[in-house]
Design a protein around this ligand. Structure first.
Ligand code: S3P
Length: 451
């Protein structure tokens, strides 16, 4: 699975408004967790609307490698026949997580509390990303790790027969780290506690409660989230409907806002409070965004999001909003290129350790397309409404969100925009170009920009 295929350049072109009502695929975070928790449950979990992307299929393969049975049915639903907590089997071969940080890091937590040895590998992007943030708390629980220098993949872990419950304060805003410790805590006797000074997406907590775990969330005097999990519950199989991914919806929404004459509705988007920072920000920038048909489904709020071409203005995006829009900064930078004045984004340190150094990748992409910006250590300032933008080729560094953000730029820029490799888009949003084309967007294969 590790990305060794040849790069696929792609170019986007302006000229057409985007119009229509679309559905984007299922949420990536919830899709990964549905397969993992289904594998740890007793009985058959049924999943409707699973995101069928490379990252998520990698998780299905990983769960099958440790004894579960994840299967796609003809009607598009998936079932997972779980092995039950504590009963994972040792895989016969290394597990390849491809580009998927969430798949890899959450599985490290799961494997840590089973007496099995697992070797984990990934593509060039995943092999550059820090794993110590997950491996260190797991070491405190008793896991043995052999990893490349700097705790990078490939890594082999030997999980524990009887892990120690720990209290762990997460040192960075990371739902993946929080989740890895909680998932190790699942098969650990006693109470595992995770303290989260900065709240991050809460899908692990909500879904584990849904599967029958005894998990409580309290806010302490310092305003931190304190999550306590009682180990070794019986997890029961569930029927799950995965809502549309707000991080994928972000691309058609921004495309509509910046492309004259556009009016786009994305249906059934997950509106979890920890995921809607981009919508809040765009509305502050003056975006014409309307949310209708709000409904509570399976404990999550969903809604239809309508976005129309808008006159945007630059704002300061506060650092404390970063966790609720952490994957959306590349496309926010594109919206900012069309806003009057400066957009200042603060608190971006986590962007440095995503699928690429996203802060640098965005800044280089903006510069290549004549859009003024200033890259700070953990900040980005974009000056909007520059003349004659576009015409550049963007290096995507195996990062799907860099590829999609800059292809959105080309739909509204003065000149076409090329990306050197659109193939990573398949990790999260394989139908991206098809859906945008269906609404009027223009894409062509290859790079049309002279080097
Ligand atoms: C995710 C958490 C976030 C996010 C990633 C998905 C998750 O990463 O960037 O795309 O599903 O838990 P961090 O928790 O590392 O910030």
């Amino acid at each position: 699975m590790s990305n060794s295929s040849s790069p696929k350049p792609m170019t986007s072109h302006s000229g057409n408004p985007l119009n229509g009502t679309i559905k984007v695929p299922g949420d990536k975070s919830i899709s990964h967790r549905s397969l993992m928790f289904g594998a740890l449950a007793v009985g058959r979990t049924t999943i409707t609307g699973l995101l069928e992307s490379e990252d998520v299929i990698g998780t299905a393969n990983a769960m099958n490698a440790v004894g579960a049975h994840c299967m796609r049915h003809e009607d598009g639903t998936w079932t997972v026949d779980g092995v039950g907590l504590g009963s994972l089997l040792e895989p016969e071969a290394p597990i390849d997580f491809g580009n998927a940080g969430t798949g890899c890091r959450l599985c490290m937590g799961i494997f840590a509390a089973h007496p099995i040895s697992v070797t984990m590998v990934g593509d060039a992007s995943l092999s550059r990303r820090p794993m110590g943030r997950v491996l260190n708390p797991l070491r405190e629980m008793g896991v043995q790790v052999v990893a490349r220098t700097g705790d990078r993949l490939p890594a082999s872990i030997r999980g524990c027969e009887t892990p120690l419950p720990i209290t762990y304060r997460v040192p960075m805003a990371s739902a993946q780290v929080k989740s890895a410790v909680l998932l190790a805590g699942l098969n650990t006797p006693g109470t595992t506690t995770v303290i989260e000074p900065v709240a991050t997406r809460d899908h692990t907590e909500k879904m584990l409660i849904g599967f029958g775990a005894d998990l409580k969330v309290e806010i302490n005097e310092a305003g931190e989230r304190v999550i306590s999990l009682q180990g070794q519950p019986k997890l029961n199989a569930q029927d799950i409907t995965v809502p549309a991914d707000p991080s994928s919806a972000a691309f058609p929404i921004v495309a509509a806002l910046i492309t004259p004459g556009s009016d786009v509705t994305v249906e059934g988007v997950l509106l979890n409070e920890h995921r809607i920072g981009l919508i809040t920000t765009l509305i502050e920038m003056g975006a014409d965004i309307e949310i209708t048909n709000k409904r509570d489904t399976g404990g999550e709020m969903l809604g239809d999001v309508r976005a129309r071409h808008s006159a945007l203005k630059g704002i300061v995006v506060p650092a404390d909003r970063a966790p609720s829009m952490i994957d959306e900064y590349p496309v926010l930078a594109i919206a900012a290129a069309f806003a009057e004045g400066d957009t200042v984004m603060l608190g971006l340190e986590e962007l440095r350790v995503k699928e690429s150094d996203r802060l640098a990748a965005v800044a280089r992409g903006l510069e290549a397309n004549n859009i003024p910006c200033v890259e700070g250590e953990d900040t980005l300032t974009v000056t909007g409404k520059a003349a004659n933008i576009g015409g550049g080729t963007v290096i995507t560094h195996l990062d799907h969100r860099i590829a999609m953000a800059f292809l959105v730029l080309g739909l509204a820029a003065d000149k076409p925009v090329s990306v050197d490799d659109a193939s990573p888009i398949a990790t999260s949003f394989p139908v991206f170009a098809d859906l945008l084309t269906q609404m009027g967007g223009r894409f062509s294969k290859g790079s049309e920009i002279a080097a």
